[in-house]
Ligand binder design. Structure first.
Ligand SMILES: Nc1nc2c(ncn2[C@@H]2O[C@H](COP(=O)(O)OP(=O)(O)OP(=O)(O)O)[C@@H](O)[C@H]2O)c(=O)[nH]1
Ligand SMILES: [Mg+2]
Length: 327
């Protein structure tokens, strides 16, 4: 008997994981059933988001972190999110080449994730992709996104801990603010600390964090200097991330986080279930379209009839991942 794709993912089979992620990107038929089977095997991994301006050294940092986690005996999955590949159809080649230095190590799985504009789109592919790596038993999943644009900031909402990477130089800390990244950081990193000006950027960031200082009992956002190329500050960064996860656990934040993501996932699934048979070619649907086109009924009434909903309800809408504090 051949193993199912779900079995292969659960056995941490590299080719199985790759195939499952491709199915997620394309939203292949049946992928939801596979994801449903994986669900009970998830919830173990620490998901760490890494974001920051282009070229700040995120991929290099992620590679260095992966090596350090491995040194500590922890398994790692890496997802690099590249919304622009939605247009080019390809993955970030540069990242692949750099990251493949690690690829010989079977405990580090590396993958760039791209997707076409499906329902829920990229955020959904990321959430599902994380589940796959989680179910495969990765201890830590590093999620790299370029810190530009709202989509990337939203995607960071799926991470338990978010690292915002800045680099030394006048005004770079300000750039993080402009990109809306100051608030999403659980840990700030000033990377390229081997270059001049790192200490100044660290104190700029600390000043800004003090100004935005939040309520008591909140996580105290640290600022960590790293040199990803020289592997300096990496163990310290990981220690901060472990501390953050512990803090999340102690303060019930992990449970909150799981609830926020689950809210979005149930809504996505509900939309999909509801819309499955609502498309041209399905007799009931075509009949309803005729009725509406000839003004014999209105779109809302037709939709309610098709869904078997008589009472007042809101029409389906695409749900973004709710951000912290808005749920
Ligand atoms: N001096 C120095 N250079 C670094 C360091 N980390 C990364 N770099 C260099 O910075 C450049 C960009 O690094 P990447 O890791 O590709 O940066 P990135 O943020 O992933 O870039 P994008 O994914 O394109 O946004 C490369 O040439 C790296 O070698 C560091 O700590 N010190
Ligand atoms: Mg990169």
């Amino acid at each position: 008997m051949t193993a199912t794709l779900v079995d292969r993912v659960l056995a941490n089979d590299q080719a199985g994981i790759a195939r499952m992620l491709t199915r997620i990107e394309r939203r292949d038929e049946g992928v939801d059933k596979e994801l449903a089977q994986l669900h009970e095997h998830t919830g173990r991994a620490h998901v760490v988001g890494i974001t920051g301006p282009p070229g700040s050294g995120k991929s290099t940092l992620v590679s260095a972190m992966a090596l350090e986690y491995r040194r500590q005996g922890r398994t790692v999955g890496i997802l690099a999110v590249d919304p622009s590949s939605a247009y080019s159809g390809g993955a970030i080649l540069g990242d692949h080449i750099r990251m493949n230095a690690l690829a010989g190590n079977p405990d580090v799985y590396i993958r760039s994730l791209a997707t076409r504009g499906a329902l829920g789109g990229l955020s959904r592919a990321v959430v599902d992709g994380l589940s796959v790596l989680d179910a495969a038993g990765k201890d830590v999943i590093l999620l790299e996104t370029v810190g530009v644009g709202q989509v990337e900031v939203d995607i960071m909402g799926v991470a338990h801990s978010t690292v915002v990477v800045s680099i030394p130089g006048a005004g770079d800390a300000i750039q993080a603010i402009k990109a809306g990244l100051l608030e999403v950081a659980d840990v700030h990193v000033v990377n390229k600390a081997d270059a001049p000006g790192a200490d100044r950027t660290v104190s700029e960031l600390r000043d800004m964090l003090r100004l935005s200082r939040r309520k008591a009992f909140q996580w105290n956002v640290p600022v960590q200097k790293t040199s990803a190329t020289k592997h300096e500050g990496i163990a310290e960064l990981i220690a901060e991330l472990d501390k953050h996860l512990g803090w999340m656990h102690e303060h019930g934040e992990l449970e909150q986080h799981a609830r926020r993501i689950s809210t979005t996932r149930v809504r996505w699934a509900a939309e999909e279930v509801a819309l499955r048979d609502l498309r041209p070619g399905k007799p009931d649907f075509d009949a309803a379209v005729e009725q509406v086109a000839h003004r014999r009924t209105d779109p809302l009434t037709a939709a309610r009839q098709l869904l078997g909903v008589d009472t007042a309800g809101n029409p389906p809408q695409t749900s973004p991942i709710p951000k912290e504090g808005t749920s």
